[in-house]
Write a protein that binds this ligand. Structure first.
Ligand SMILES: CC(C)(COP(=O)(O)OP(=O)(O)OC[C@H]1O[C@@H](n2cnc3c(N)ncnc32)[C@H](O)[C@@H]1OP(=O)(O)O)[C@@H](O)C(=O)NCCC(=O)NCCS
Length: 192
């Protein structure tokens, strides 16, 4: 296959994705949700320079299937089905496989994006944008929307910047005592 042919086939592969369907998560989705999130964490968070080992990430994601954690997650998914302050959405391909996930929470004055993950083969396809557009539509636009992102997760930071999120100076913290994170905020219309 020529170099040119390779690029054409890669591009058409991305374009051949049928548009995933985005719906509320259902408790039946829980194992699939954990599986996409687990892969995404293993792809994204190990980072030697930041001192985040693959073993640490692996141990962290392995804990998600502990019975207590699993039950709490199912509880959240159920809660989101009729709680306007909790958004728990999944994107599924035409075979019903989960290829994207988003979680957002409103708590008092705070509106927080808990997570946006898409399967690696869906990076750059506009799926993450659809999940973000939904979160923005769900949010109270008068108020800020915030999130925490690993400081070295340059792709995610660039993605969030496209929606007006900016890093908050001095917000550096450690997630799980290990992963360096920074807060990013998208101002609400009431903010000066
Ligand atoms: C974060 C995520 C949802 C974004 O979705 P996506 O489809 O990859 O996002 P997009 O392609 O629309 O935007 C990413 C941007 O970063 C740019 N980018 C890619 N790699 C980059 C890098 N190393 N440094 C800076 N920018 C980078 C891309 O060019 C793109 O910008 P462009 O649209 O102007 O070209 C997705 O990458 C993902 O699921 N990542 C793993 C999970 C994760 O990190 N989630 C966020 C947790 S807070």
């Amino acid at each position: 296959v020529s170099k040119k042919g390779f690029f054409i086939s890669k591009r058409s592969q991305a374009m051949n994705h049928t548009l995933p369907t985005i719906t509320d998560a259902s408790p039946d989705d829980v194992m699939d949700i954990i599986s996409i999130q687990r892969q995404s964490w293993l792809d994204t968070y190990p980072n030697d320079a930041a001192g985040v080992s693959r073993d640490w990430v692996q141990a962290r994601v392995d804990g998600w299937t502990d019975l207590g954690r699993l039950a709490r997650r199912i509880g959240k998914i159920e809660q989101a089905q009729d709680d306007p302050d909790l958004l728990y959405r999944v994107a599924k391909d035409d075979g019903g496989k989960i290829v994207g996930l988003s979680i957002a929470i409103r708590d008092g004055d705070a509106q927080v994006i808990g997570t946006i993950h898409v399967k690696k083969s869906y990076y750059g396809t506009g799926l993450a944008q659809r999940l973000m557009d939904e979160i923005i539509a769900w949010s109270d636009k008068a108020r800020p929307l915030e999130l925490e992102v690993a400081s070295y997760n340059e792709r995610a930071k660039a993605f969030y910047r496209k929606y007006g999120f900016k890093e908050v100076e001095g917000s550096d913290a450690l997630y799980g005592d290990i992963i360096p994170v920074v807060t990013m905020i998208r101002k609400g219309s009431d903010d000066v």
